[in-house]
Design a protein around this ligand. Structure first.
Ligand SMILES: NC(=O)c1ccc[n+]([C@@H]2O[C@H](COP(=O)([O-])OP(=O)(O)OC[C@H]3O[C@@H](n4cnc5c(N)ncnc54)[C@H](O)[C@@H]3O)[C@@H](O)[C@H]2O)c1
Length: 392
């Protein structure tokens, strides 16, 4: 019977799979368990189901040796450590959905034993870890539960897992000791805090980024509405001026984490997170701002609008919660003919970037993939470039 040092639940996802690969590369015996069986043929053939830089060579050298696909959840009984990396979504009213995590905990129960080490790696609504710990205690299981948040930037996990200090927290000294021992294998510093502090540190980090983007987006809209070039101001503000170096460029602040985690924090604070809500209105309002500006100049029913880039951020293939789609929907609502392209995400309806530029009267940069650099946009095409990408 295969024994595992670690089994990752949610192991085929954007967090679970890179983590599994990296740990397996340190010679631990790692199992990946996931309910999405559709990714198994690819992963077992050494192919990544999504773009994650530098991961495939490591996947290929570990799969079947130190990295294994686990068919049944009961196998967690043979693992010293269980790492949970399942999604932690919001519901349609922007409240955290706790059911998936607690359903998983229920399905783990028959296979757990006292002294099992469980690491919660998903980003959670504050105090979820404590509720889970209470749940296990109620079922007379003295497991060593830890919360150790993931902070990588999607697409760069392989590099960043070896670069970022790891935050650890836990409910027992053994949970802390075992988590420290595991993450020390990645060769970085360990930052030990209380569980609630770790949960909030993760949410504060994402909300902080989301707020920063919203400030740039708000300033972008102010400048545009006054006929001023935002990027000339951006340059003037940041050039040689250290205190403004972290002022971001404008652009769609999207994807599966930033808005979700800002709203988790808001729900935690009885919806009294005005800055977070304002950031949401600004960031989510950017597609409508673009469309309204175009409507002032064009009858969109007569126009073909090409959206350059559909992924939620540059140089990845992930379209989850991408604002390019929101933009596309709004444009169609106003009668425009809308074309999509992307360099990484696959969709049979997408066309090449060159064809998109050729067929469009208006081009909007949805996301600034690096290889749009050098793309010729003819003078007669109206370019909307919130990112300032073609100005760099
Ligand atoms: N994507 C990021 O950049 C990022 C960064 C830091 C933290 N996080 C957090 O990590 C968590 C996972 O995010 P993700 O982007 O990897 O999501 P994902 O959807 O890519 O991966 C989650 C995986 O969990 C699987 N899963 C769901 N329920 C399961 C269950 N009951 N049993 C087994 N497998 C199950 C899904 O099939 C999926 O493969 C979230 O809490 C997210 O907020 C994500």
């Amino acid at each position: 019977m295969q024994q595992y040092d670690v089994i990752i639940i949610g192991g085929y996802g954007h967090i679970g799979l890179p983590m599994g690969i990296v740990l397996a590369d340190t010679d631990l015996q790692v199992g990946l368990y996931d309910i999405d069986k559709s990714k198994e043929p690819l992963i077992s053939a050494g192919k990544m189901p999504f773009l994650e830089y530098d991961s495939e060579p490591i996947l290929q050298r570990t799969i079947g040796k130190t990295l294994h696909l686990v068919g049944d959840i009961s196998e967690v009984a043979n693992a010293k450590t269980i790492v949970i990396t399942i999604g932690t979504p919001l519901d349609e009213y922007l409240n955290p959905k706790l059911r998936p995590m607690f359903s998983l905990a229920e399905s783990l129960l028959p296979h757990l034993h006292n002294d099992h080490h469980i690491i919660l790696r998903s980003t959670v609504y504050p105090r979820t870890s404590e509720r889970l710990y209470d749940f296990f205690c109620k079922h007379h299981l003295s497991v060593h539960l830890a919360f150790c948040p993931e902070r990588i930037a999607q697409g760069y996990a392989i590099r960043e897992l070896h670069k970022l200090p790891q935050i650890i927290s836990g409910f027992t000294p053994e949970a802390l000791h075992l988590s420290r021992t595991l993450f020390e294998r990645l060769g970085q510093e360990i930052v030990e805090v209380e569980v609630l502090e770790a949960e909030m540190a993760k949410l504060f980090s994402n909300a902080w980024r989301y707020l920063q983007f919203s400030i740039a987006n708000q300033f972008y809209m102010m400048a545009e509405e006054n006929g001023v070039d935002f990027y000339r101001i951006h340059h003037a503000m940041t050039y040689g001026y250290e205190r403004a170096q972290d002022f971001p460029r404008a652009g769609f602040a999207a994807g599966p984490c930033l808005l979700k985690d800002t709203m988790q924090l808001s729900a935690f604070h009885q919806n009294n997170f005005m800055l977070g809500h304002s950031a949401m209105l600004i960031n989510e309002g950017l597609p409508a701002f673009i469309v309204n500006q175009l409507l002032e100049q064009y009858d969109l029913k007569q126009e073909t609008v090409g959206i350059l880039g559909m992924a939620f951020k540059a140089n990845v293939d992930d379209i989850r919660d991408s604002l390019s789609y929101k933009l596309g929907k709004l444009l169609r609502f106003h009668g425009a003919n809308v074309l999509y392209t992307d360099e990484f995400a696959q969709d049979p309806t997408f066309i090449s970037k060159e064809e998109l530029v050729r067929r469009s009267s208006i081009v909007v940069v949805g996301v600034p993939h690096s290889n749009y650099r050098g793309l010729e946009i003819p003078e007669h095409v109206h370019l909307v470039d919130i990112w300032g990408f073609f100005k760099k």
